[in-house]
Design a protein around this ligand. Structure first.
Ligand code: PEP
Ligand code: MG
Length: 324
């Protein structure tokens, strides 16, 4: 089976009836580069920049960060690399910057933390822009966006970084800018956010957690955590439909992209791009190449009418068995 999956690498991620979906890799480690490329990733859809920060003993300097980001951009060049700015807080902590909160997932996390620590943020933005010089395959992604102000404040910092670097003699090309859709409020103001961004990436892990108000790491409630809940599926469909109308390219980069049953529904909703851990790419590609888009659309139409997670799962299992 594994051999069969490897043989998929050079085949397009295209349904039998001709719908292409871009498949990208999630990473945060240089060691993941080869697995991604060898499994046919068309780029990096999510570079989790907190991972190198978590592996350091103190905040990496701007120069150290350039040396971390540049090899990733180079390895994939000219394929696109989407680097997410620091997403610490929640369950992701830096050993050298400890703070405790009663509700860390609702607290000082992602863009909230970085906007409050603008010198750290500025050094990261400057490092990413410098790493991209002469390559121009970088795009930037902002985590945990819940309000428009966060995007606007970020853009001010970005402008500041660009002006500083240009005055230091660097030639900077502005990368494309995207936001994570993982806090439900972002879904409700997507039209307002859209004017200021180039693309979106749905973080299905947090989107599910925040929409259902279920801490996925708490065993007492983790059985309630499911992206097959009708409310989550409606939320996802709303994001995809709105984004299409607004002309925003849409990717999904949570674990859902590696769940074959979920991939059928995402195809049916009309998603453009999926990003996942390198090791799960072949499995997702296999689903895309096995199930016609027309089938995915009709399965999604059926599932939309279902009221329970168990009925939805059962139907998807049947479809997978029929096609595999
Ligand atoms: C997500 O929330 O789905 C996501 C991809 O981000 P992370 O898992 O890093 O929070
Ligand atoms: Mg997330």
């Amino acid at each position: 089976l594994l051999k069969g999956l490897d043989a998929l690498r050079d085949l397009p991620a295209e349904t039998p009836d001709g719908t292409a979906i871009t498949l990208l890799a999630n990473t945060g480690l240089l060691a993941d580069i080869t697995p991604g490329l060898s499994r046919g990733a068309q780029g990096i859809g999510l570079y989790r920049s907190e991972i190198p920060f978590m592996m350091h003993e103190s905040f990496p300097s701007e120069g150290e960060q350039v040396d971390i980001y540049r090899p990733v951009l180079e390895a994939y060049h000219p394929k696109p690399v989407c680097m997410r700015t620091l997403d610490i807080g929640g369950d992701k902590n830096l050993p050298y910057f400890v703070f405790t909160e009663d509700n860390p997932f609702l607290g000082w996390r992602g863009i909230r933390f970085t906007l409050d620590n603008s010198s750290i943020f500025l050094s990261q933005i400057r490092a990413m822009l410098r790493a991209n010089i002469g390559l121009n395959n970088l795009s930037l992604l902002l985590p945990m966006i819940s309000r428009l102000d966060e995007v606007l404040e970020f853009k001010q910092l970005l402008t500041e970084a660009v002006l500083q670097l240009e005055s230091e003699g660097y030639e900077i090309v502005l990368p494309r800018l995207g936001i994570m859709i993982e806090v439900p409020s972002a879904m409700l103001i997507l039209d307002q956010l859209a004017e200021h961004i180039d693309f979106i990436s749905i973080g299905s892990n947090d989107f599910t957690q925040y929409l259902l108000a279920v801490d996925r790491n708490n065993v007492k409630v983790s059985q309630l955590y499911s992206w097959f809940q009708p409310a989550v599926l409606r939320g996802l469909k709303s994001v995809v439909t709105q984004a299409k109308a607004l002309g925003l390219p849409t990717s999904l980069c949570g674990e859902m992209a590696a769940d074959p049953a979920a991939v059928i529904l995402l195809m049916g909703m009309g998603i453009d791009q999926l990003s996942m851990s390198a090791y799960t790419l072949p499995k997702t590609k296999w689903v895309i190449r096995s199930i016609p888009q027309s089938v995915a659309v009709s399965v999604w139409n059926e599932v939309q009418l279902m009221k329970t997670e168990s009925a939805i799962r059962q139907r998807l299992t049947e479809v997978l068995e029929q096609h595999g």
